[in-house]
Design a protein around this ligand. Sequence first.
Ligand SMILES: Cc1cc2nc3c(=O)[nH]c(=O)nc-3n(C[C@H](O)[C@H](O)[C@H](O)COP(=O)(O)O)c2cc1C
Length: 365
Amino acid sequence: MSTLFSPFRLADVELSNRIVVSPMCQYSADDGCANDWHLGHVGMLANCGAGLVIVEATHVERHGRITHGCTGLYSDENEAAMARVIAHCRRHGTARLGIQIAHAGRKASSQRPWEGGGALKTGADPWETIGPSPIPFGEGWHVPRVATLEDIARVRAAFVNSVRRALRIGFDAIELHYAHGYLAHSFMSPVSNHRIDQYGGSLENRMRFGREIAQAVRAVVPKGVALGARITGSDWRDDGLSVDDAVTYAKALKADGIDYIDVSSGGITADTRNPTTPGYNVPIAERIKREVGIATRVVGLIVAPDQAEAVVADGKADMVAMARAILDDPRWGWRAARALGAEVPRVPQYQRAAPKLWPGAAMRA
Ligand SMILES: Cc1cc2nc3c(=O)[nH]c(=O)nc-3n(C[C@H](O)[C@H](O)[C@H](O)COP(=O)(O)O)c2cc1C
């Protein structure tokens, strides 16, 4: 019996298995609006065999986008465009659907990866970014304007607004993006936060930005809808966030009403590098699951079916998230099910591809 393919419950959301498609920016939206690219792309992922698909980092205000091509939920047009994509996925896909809600902070106003991935240059319609302190992400990056208390309150309200839009669209899960160097992570990390007010200094103060948003969002997300946060397991720097900090943060967010934690890491400055070992965040997730007692997901170089199976079967995490392996093979879940002797739900149009219907079940091996 495969544990990877056993069901899992998040709030009132019944997932058919433990595979989650990690959020992946497509940099292809029109002023925050999802379009036909997203219809095809998320539609495909909704049939990859994963129990849950998390839609890409979707931003709470126009200036909170990473690039000109990032999705947002800051306008009625954005909401209608995303609703069209999600209606399609629900009608024609098998996965439950979540969305990541984000603010890019000092990493906003940047080029799409295929345009260079650096800060937008003069002439490319750059905009002013905000951060906890006037420290750029790296050389050549915008120096962020220091977020005032008014900015902090505005961004918090914008998170709540975008979450309300996501709820109207009917997402099963809402995920707060608190990792990868974006605004919430930059408040949490001592590398990027040098403030001396109530949002800087002690760990308690640095957690405040994310905690206040989590509390405000929880107040509007019904109990049955899963609310999660993707956090930083480590900054991978001596002067940065440690695994102990991640455990403390996860405990605090649990107390604020968060239902699950996704463990990612890295990205606080342009020059930090993540480990390249398979499943490099798994030991961090294991500690969080054990010490915090919250539904835990882990991401990062999980690629092979038996590797993913071991993570959940050995109790190191409850779910695995995968990004690049699923982009590479959008039927990864089907292939993993075959390898592990399990089944995945399939839409009627694709039933005839189910291995049990193949002449000669030996194909399964
Ligand atoms: C094309 C692409 C877009 C990504 N966009 C996001 C995103 O929107 N939000 C996020 O938290 N991580 C994003 N990531 C990071 C992935 O979700 C994931 O954490 C990372 O790729 C490590 O997992 P992997 O080894 O399975 O690829 C992106 C990764 C890729 C490859």
